[in-house]
Design a binder for this molecule. Structure first.
Ligand code: PLP
Length: 379
């Protein structure tokens, strides 16, 4: 069995989530049905909603279940557009689920830059919002993710939220990577919307939620049976929702510090290698994520070499097409084209052991040492 170090792509299903899902599947009814079996399915959904709301410090009635983080991000942007946003500000490091949704809206999209450490530049945001022309540009809309999927860099969402609230704008946080790895306090973020997804924290794929502030306008995109209080039609994914809540409950109190310990050890070993650059090391990061460039060693070749050696890692951001694109996130942080093309992401999680990390560091360093003379000769 290969060692899995790609938890930011999907974190394997936790045992508690699997059990909760099996129980929910056994209930086998539609939560909108009025009979006893339906009411049992409804109880599963509503209990899970309460649990998820508690984890993200919000109210159960403000959790709208979706098919995942992508749909939740799309729903937030469409809702802001319907509420009068004509121009969107999104950070330079947003996931495609935000970036493509913003571009597809047909609205003007502006980029909020980040520093060399990958942290959103709030002076830029402050200035931009001060000069906002509400008449021409409508309600300001700002999207800033809670933590980046490639570097793990945690963003100053609360401070950004304050600026957006002062400008009477709408603020969206993609919290997909933060959820379950660090505390994501939705109320404290001052956001109108936040996207979360179950499979990034050991729940199942294909279920997530949009969290809504009580003053957040919402415009439904899925029309049909009026589920989720009319905000998102479609029969709820009862087992998926139960698995999401159980995964969040299963996160151990010491999990983050255990991962940070392993990640830091790994970083110390790998950054001692000539030609290695660690990204976002000067900023506060998710405890599980390590992003590095290895000069001259193309990311896709590293991923294949490590796969052959029995380790699952990823190149920059995992692409749904299976193609490796050079990292936009690192370019926004000032990386050269070569650095961006040689960046890999190692993301630890609840399954990761000390032995996994030690063996990975040995294998990666051995392989880089083996091919370095060839890289040097080609330079
Ligand atoms: C930051 C971020 N946002 C959104 C998504 C999309 O979430 P989902 O896979 O649940 O649609 C991902 C998945 O990689 C992500 O990392």
């Amino acid at each position: 069995m290969s060692v899995y170090l790609d938890h930011n792509a999907t974190s394997p299903l936790r045992a508690d989530a699997r059990e909760a899902m099996a129980r929910a599947y056994d209930s086998g009814a539609n939560p909108s049905s009025v009979h006893g079996a339906g009411r049992m399915a409804r109880a599963i959904v509503e209990t899970a909603r309460g649990t998820i709301a508690r984890h993200f410090v919000t109210r159960a009635e403000d959790v709208v279940f979706t098919s995942g983080g992508t749909e939740a991000n799309n729903l937030a942007i469409a809702s802001a557009q319907a509420a009068g946003a004509k121009r969107l500000i999104i950070s330079a490091i947003e996931h495609d689920a935000v970036r493509d949704a913003a571009n597809a809206s047909g609205l003007e999209v502006e980029t909020l830059p980040v520093t060399a450490d990958g942290v959103a530049n709030l002076d830029w945001l402050d200035q931009r919002l001060s000069g906002w022309d509400r008449e021409a540009d409508g309600t300001p809309f700002v999207a800033l993710m809670a933590a980046n999927n490639e570097t793990g860099v945690i963003q100053p969402v609360e401070a950004a939220g304050r600026l957006v609230r002062e400008a009477e704008g709408l603020f969206h946080v993609d919290a997909v990577q933060m959820a379950g790895k660090a505390v994501f306090d939705f109320a404290g973020s001052l956001a109108h919307y936040a996207a979360v997804s179950a499979h990034k924290c050991g729940g199942p794929q294909g279920v997530g939620a949009l969290l809504l502030a009580c003053d957040a306008p919402i415009s439904r995109q899925m029309h049909g049976g009026g589920q989720e209080k009319g905000r998102r039609s479609g029969t709820e994914n009862v087992a998926g929702i139960a698995g999401f809540a159980a995964a969040l409950d299963a996160v151990q109190a010491d999990e983050a510090s255990r991962m940070a310990g392993l990640r830091n050890e790994l970083q110390v070993r790998l950054e001692s290698v000539e030609g290695v650059r660690i990204w976002g090391a000067g900023a506060s990061r998710l405890p599980n994520t390590l992003c590095l460039s290895a000069t001259g060693w193309a990311a896709e070749i590293q991923v294949i070499a490590m796969d052959l050696a029995g380790f699952a890692i990823s190149a920059g951001s995992a692409c749904s097409s299976g193609k490796v694109k050079k990292s936009r996130v690192l370019e926004a942080m000032g990386a050269s084209a070569e650095e961006a093309a040689s960046a890999i992401r190692i993301s630890l999680g609840w399954t990761t052991t000390q032995d996994d990390v030690d063996r990975f560091a040995d294998a990666w360093m051995r392989e880089y040492a083996r091919i370095r003379p060839r890289i040097a000769a080609a330079e």
